[in-house]
Design a binder for this molecule. Structure first.
Ligand code: AMP
Ligand code: MG
Length: 415
């Protein structure tokens, strides 16, 4: 049996970043930039005022003070989005709003708060100025944010809302990013029925395809819903081939990987490709098969990695977090694959005698002495309810046979 790290290493060896595609800017959130973004012009494109006030010549305000106002003639009223038609010359000012381009001649802006105007609501014929202004005061020069020709964003960057804002400011309606991986999801089990099918005797609903598809979406992949395969080699093989034909970059199954009489996933994986490993020292999720499937799609041979996750709903989700998530992020071109963990104080004892790494559903809360982790209920691998109540997993190392209350453990949050 492999440790979680050994298994992850074998998984990641099968994945590379996918090709780039051009995507509309709003569809790039969370994805990785596949080109350097160079500014074709200055941002802002023109010098403009940072304040509402009056564009002036700083020299005109020399000697201005609370008791010695300098009076200037107001020759124009300029809103953001327009260019002044007049030039500011000595003794004149242009009333100006934040973001409006600096009028020619003016070299400073005196804010409204430092002036008194002749009483008209939109400004009048003159303004009294009560302070001196240095040259450049309240003026934002062209290119203050980004200079023309400068590399504003670097290839390999993961796009966040601020990168999207920068792309928009630079006029990029679309940009090259790594494409999103297509992840085929197949549930296995004669007992499974679809989410809105009648629940006949002996049947349960297929929860895993939905929780796993939601995880695929959460981490930036595109889920391909392949439905439910019966526990036969024929049906499973047919459904897996159908998934490949849809252009899957990763195949995921749930159920059918342990040692029961009808556990056919390993059989199919061995027959259609190769098994890399099928057991990992973790709980939940010990039976976890990984390998690849080879099949012809339109006459061209295709090899696609396949992750056969256990059927129990919590095992399927935890295995996804540990193995599918880093695989998807690798295909997306993301560098940092580790989920951030931090230390928390356990509020209850946890027994973990079996030399596997335990992932325990907890609710993490911040208190005065630090973060605390409380169990959210029954930890059976079929108990989705304790998953619903949890916001993270506490990690109990394989060489602990129990974790006493008060122990400090690493936790990872789902979000
Ligand atoms: P298996 O790994 O196939 O032995 O399944 C283990 C347990 O998980 C069984 O109780 C199955 O009924 C249950 N199970 C398997 N697949 C699903 C699924 N897609 N949704 C909900 N439960 C499942
Ligand atoms: Mg099964």
């Amino acid at each position: 049996m492999l440790s979680v790290e050994e298994a992850l290493e074998k998984v990641l060896a099968m994945f590379r970043p996918l090709e780039a595609e051009r995507a509309p800017v709003l569809e790039t959130l969370g994805r990785v930039l596949a080109e350097d973004v160079v500014a074709t012009g200055d941002i802002p494109p023109h010098a403009n005022t940072a304040m509402d006030g009056y564009a002036v010549l700083a020299a005109d305000l020399e000697g201005a003070g609370p008791d010695s106002a300098k009076r200037l003639r107001v020759i124009e009223n300029l809103a953001a989005g327009y260019v002044a038609s007049e030039r500011v010359t000595s003794g004149t000012a242009i009333r100006i709003m934040t973001g409006a381009p600096m009028p020619e001649g003016a070299d400073a802006v005196i804010p409204f708060e430092e002036t008194h105007q002749d009483g008209m609501p939109q400004g009048g014929a003159w303004v009294d100025c009560f302070v001196e202004m240095r040259v450049g005061a309240n003026v934002r020069p062209a290119g203050e944010d980004v200079h023309a020709g400068e590399r504003a964003l670097t290839r390999g960057t993961r796009i966040r809302p601020q990168e999207i804002g920068m792309l928009a400011a630079l006029g990029y309606g679309e940009v090259a990013v790594i494409r999103r991986p297509r992840v085929a999801i197949l549930a296995t089990g004669d007992e499974l029925v679809g989410v809105d099918a009648p629940l006949l005797p002996g049947k349960i609903r297929n929860a895993n395809s939905y929780s796993n598809a939601a995880q695929v979406l959460q981490y930036g992949g595109i889920p391909l819903m392949l439905g439910i395969a019966r526990d036969t080699v024929e049906d499973l093989t047919a459904k897996i081939r159908a998934g490949l034909a849809q252009g899957a970059d990763l195949l995921m199954t749930s159920g059918g990987v342990s040692v029961g009489d009808f556990d056919v996933v390993k059989k199919v994986l061995a027959a259609e490709g190769e098994i890399s490993f099928w057991r990992v020292l973790m709980k939940p999720g010990k039976p976890l098969a990984f390998g690849y499937i080879t099949a012809e799609v339109d006459g061209v041979p295709h090899t696609v990695p396949m992750l056969g996750m256990p059927g129990n709903p919590v095992s399927a989700m935890v295995s996804f977090e540990l193995f599918a998530r880093p695989a998807i992020l690798t295909m997306l071109g993301v560098q940092e694959l580790r989920k951030p963990t931090f230390e928390a104080i356990l509020d209850q004892e946890i027994r973990s005698k079996d030399a596997r790494r335990h992932y325990v559903r907890v609710r993490v809360e911040r208190r005065e002495d630090g973060f605390h982790a409380m169990l959210t209920g029954e930890q059976g691998s079929g108990i989705l309810n304790s998953m619903v109540r949890s916001n993270g997993l506490a990690i109990i190392p394989e060489d602990w046979d129990h974790a006493p209350a008060g122990a400090r453990v690493q936790v990872m949050l789902f979000e």
